[in-house]
Every structure is written in structure tokens, then in C-alpha cells.
Design a protein around this ligand. Structure first.
Ligand SMILES: *Cc1c(COP(=O)(O)O)cnc(C)c1O
Length: 438
């Protein structure tokens, strides 16, 4: 039996995927499948079977490049799913990224969004970099290179994805000076460290993804601000203001589950000299790292050579600018993360019920469940939600992931759960279609 030619298989793939997959990649896939078939002497595939196999590979190739999915996990900031949902569609454009339109001279890319965030929290100045890890590395390199940085032993945390506080400090060329103990750190521990070692900075790190219960004690930002060195707070999550004024527009106040979460505005008011946080956690935007606070310190960060290495591009700056404007206009309803996080359970129940009624299957039902914020934020917090429960576990979960718009669900006991809180409104029809096909 003659194997089909690479060209004929590649052309079949181009046609099958309506030319969405470039020719060179179709050729690579065709060649690979034909070679594999040759190597496998036991079960030689016919020409048709070879083409079918190549089609499966091509579809899977295309899908595994960045594609839209349905987040049915109930985890609002799922790191594997890109944390906060972000949108962009923009024709190519030139911008005044680094042009001062008033003077015609070179301007700063940091003016467009960083200043807006600074004004949101009443900070003197701001700087935007690629993520919070970059923000912390830059701050330490710019303000404490070769000098001591005091951190409580209870805050030497690992956030996940390689962010470990001692290693970040090492990479920044600052020197870690550990103070206190794992469970208890007091102001006099910091005081002693400043006197005995050449400590230039105190770094307070939000524990983010775990809690300490029992015999524990930590030092507040207010107490730290009485020390003789600047206080930098790595907030991680990026809640801007504990009062959440942008939620008025959604007709709700600050959710109960946020009550222990430190916010940028209040942390600065308590006396932090700088705060840093992510753009894509509770801020609900694109990946970015935002530094806000004292003008002189921000200036030092901006002038450090690493600021060039960590600087964001037009797309990030543009997304941050638009997000900051939404916060300034107090339009929580236009920030998908906040809209989803605060949507009443009743609405989720109505949607789950409507979907079940359309699908009409005895193996699905709707019932309460719990969402989480995720993304290494707010451990132990459960947000009441409503979901579609499908009989069957891992096999169903895998099938949903294979759907044309992959649906990422969660398994609890013997059921696969589709949590409606994290499903975008526009995706309900995708669910109906997928569930009917199961
Ligand atoms: C998440 C987190 C980081 C890392 O933020 P990225 O934006 O992912 O780099 C750093 N510090 C804390 C406390 C965090 O929670």
C-alpha cells in the first residue's frame, strides 16, 4: 500500500481547517503522521485513515495555541486560564506612547496609566512593569542593592509559579535579613535588625495563598512606618480600596469575603512608602505589576536599568489605562472580574435552570456550589454559587475539554460541576450545545 504524499495530506489539512493553519505547519504535521505510519509496521493506516489522523492532529495543534475557553471551574482568577478575563480588539495603531503631545518632546510611557492608578489611591506617583514579581525585583534592586532587606520569617512565602520571596531578594542583589519567627514577629525584631545589620528597607509580604491560625503575631504597616527605613508592601492581590466604591454601580457594597484583604489605598494611608501588586488578580485587568507611593522612591525605581527590562508595551499600558478609567468612573459593571464576583446567586440559578431545561437530560441537574477567587488570593474564602451537576467524573471532564470551545470544569465526588459564576453570559449557548452533545 502506497502512503499518501505529504503534499496531498497537507492540502487536505489546509482545506479542513479553512486555511486557518498556515501551510508550513500543515506540511510538518502531514510529514510527521506519514513518518509515524511508516515506522509502525504492525498497523499500517490506509491513505484515508492517515488523512483522518492528520486532521485530528491539526485541529488539536490549532486548539493548543491560545484559544478561548469556558471557565466553568468557579475559580475566578484561575492561573492556568489567564487569571482575570481580559478583552482586546484593536486595529493596528500608532500612539503617543512616548511622545508628549503638548511639547512635541519625548514623553514617558508611564504617564498614561500609572498616574491614573496613583490618583485612585491618593499616591504621589506610580510605575507599571510587567508583573508583580518584576515590581518587587525592581524595587529591591533600585532601593536596596547590596543592602539588607528585613522580612518577617512568617512572610518568606512562595506564591507559586516560581515566586519565592528569598529567591526574589537574592536575584535583586539585596540581602535578606530574616526577622522574628515563623509564627510571631514583633516591632522590636525589625528594630534590632536595623541596628545590627545594614538594613535599608522593610519588606512586608502579603501571605496571599495561606493563613496562619493560633499562636501568631505580626507587625502592622502602621507600626512598621515608625521605623527609620522605608516600608514596602507586596500586596500581591491588588485590591485598590477597601471601600470598593466601584461596586456602587453594581448595587452592592464590599463583599464580606474581602474583609481581611489589605487594600492599596488603606496600606498607603497607614504609612507604607510603596505598595506593589498584580494587574490580573483582584484588580481584574491584564498581566502587569503596579508600584504606587512615594515620588522619590518611584523615581529611583524608574531610573534603574531593570526598569527598561521590565517595561510593559503599548497593549499592557493601553489595557491598564482603560481599566484605571473604569475604576475612576466607578464602573464596576464594566470590569468582568467584579461583575462575576458579585453577581447574585439567584441570577446564577436562573441561568443554570434555563440551560438544564434546554438540554433535557436526566444526567444533569442544577444545584448550589461554591466558587473561589483563586490566583493565590483569599485562601479559605468560599463564595456561594450555583452550578450544573453532570453525572460522571473524569471522563466527562475530559470530554468537555475536547469541545470546540473547550469547557474547563471541576470534579466533586462522582459529578462534574459547571460553576455558573465564572461562565461569561455570552457563553451559556456554548454550554447548551456541549451538554446536548454529551
Ligand atoms: C501573586 C503574588 C506575586 C506575584 O505576582 P505576579 O503578578 O504573578 O508576578 C507576588 N507577591 C504576592 C504577595 C503575590 O500574591
Amino acid at each position: 500500500m502506497h502512503p499518501p504524499s505529504v503534499d496531498s495530506v497537507a492540502n487536505a489539512l489546509l482545506e479542513h481547517l479553512k486555511h486557518e493553519l498556515p501551510k508550513s505547519i500543515c506540511v510538518d504535521i502531514a510529514r510527521k503522521v506519514i513518518e509515524e505510519n511508516k515506522a509502525n509496521k504492525d498497523v499500517a493506516l490506509s491513505a484515508e485513515e492517515t488523512i483522518e489522523k492528520a486532521k485530528d492532529e491539526a485541529v488539536s495543534y490549532l486548539k493548543n495555541t491560545l484559544t478561548e475557553v469556558v471557565n466553568a471551574t468557579g475559580v475566578l482568577l484561575h492561573t492556568n486560564l489567564g487569571r482575570a478575563p481580559v478583552g482586546f480588539s484593536q486595529e493596528p495603531f500608532y500612539s503617543n506612547l512616548e511622545l508628549n503631545l503638548k511639547t512635541g518632546e519625548r514623553g514617558s510611557r508611564q504617564k498614561h496609566a500609572a498616574d491614573l492608578f496613583a490618583s485612585l489611591v491618593g499616591a504621589e506617583a506610580g510605575l507599571i512593569v510587567n508583573n508583580c514579581a518584576a515590581a518587587i525585583t525592581l524595587i529591591l534592586a533600585a532601593l536596596a542593592s547590596g543592602k539588607g532587606v528585613a522580612v518577617s520569617r512568617g512572610e518568606l512565602v512562595e506564591i507559586g509559579g516560581g515566586f519565592r520571596v528569598p529567591e526574589v531578594i537574592e536575584a535583586s542583589t539585596a540581602k535578606l535579613v530574616e526577622v522574628g519567627t515563623t509564627n510571631r514577629t514583633r516591632l522590636k525584631d525589625y528594630d534590632r535588625a536595623i541596628r545590627k545589620h545594614s538594613v535599608e528597607l522593610c519588606l512586608k509580604v502579603h501571605k496571599s495563598n495561606y493563613t496562619v491560625k493560633g499562636f501568631s503575631e505580626s507587625v502592622s504597616v502602621k507600626e512598621l512606618s515608625s521605623l527609620s527605613v522605608p516600608v514596602v508592601v507586596d500586596l500581591g492581590s491588588g485590591l485598590l480600596d477597601a471601600a470598593c466604591p466601584w461596586l456602587e454601580d453594581l448595587g452592592v457594597g464590599p463583599p464580606k469575603w474581602l474583609k481581611d484583604e489589605p487594600a492599596a489605598k488603606q496600606t498607603l494611608l497607614e504609612g507604607a512608602d510603596l505598595v506593589a501588586f498584580s494587574g490580573d488578580k483582584l484588580l481584574g485587568g491584564s498581566q502587569a505589576g503596579i508600584i504606587l507611593g512615594n515620588h522619590e522612591l518611584v523615581k529611583k525605581c524608574a531610573k534603574h536599568p531593570l526598569a527598561r527590562a521590565f517595561r510593559p508595551g503599548t497593549i499592557t499600558i493601553s489595557a491598564c489605562r482603560d481599566l484605571a478609567m473604569k475604576y475612576l468612573h466607578r464602573k464596576g459593571s464594566e470590569i468582568p472580574f467584579w461583575q462575576m464576583a458579585t453577581i447574585p446567586v439567584e441570577n446564577l440559578k436562573t441561568r443554570a435552570k434555563a440551560i438544564c431545561e434546554k438540554v433535557k437530560s436526566s444526567s444533569i441537574s442544577y444545584a448550589p456550589c461554591f466558587s473561589t477567587t483563586g490566583g493565590g488570593t483569599l485562601p479559605n474564602v468560599e463564595i456561594p454559587s450555583f452550578g450544573i451537576h453532570i453525572k460522571g467524573a473524569d471522563e466527562i471532564k475530559a470530554k468537555l475539554r475536547e469541545f470546540e470551545v473547550p469547557i474547563i470544569a471541576r470534579v466533586i465526588d462522582d459529578n462534574t460541576i459547571i460553576d455558573m459564576r465564572t461562565v461569561l453570559l455570552a457563553q451559556d449557548d456554548i454550554l447548551v450545545k456541549a451538554l446536548k452533545s454529551l
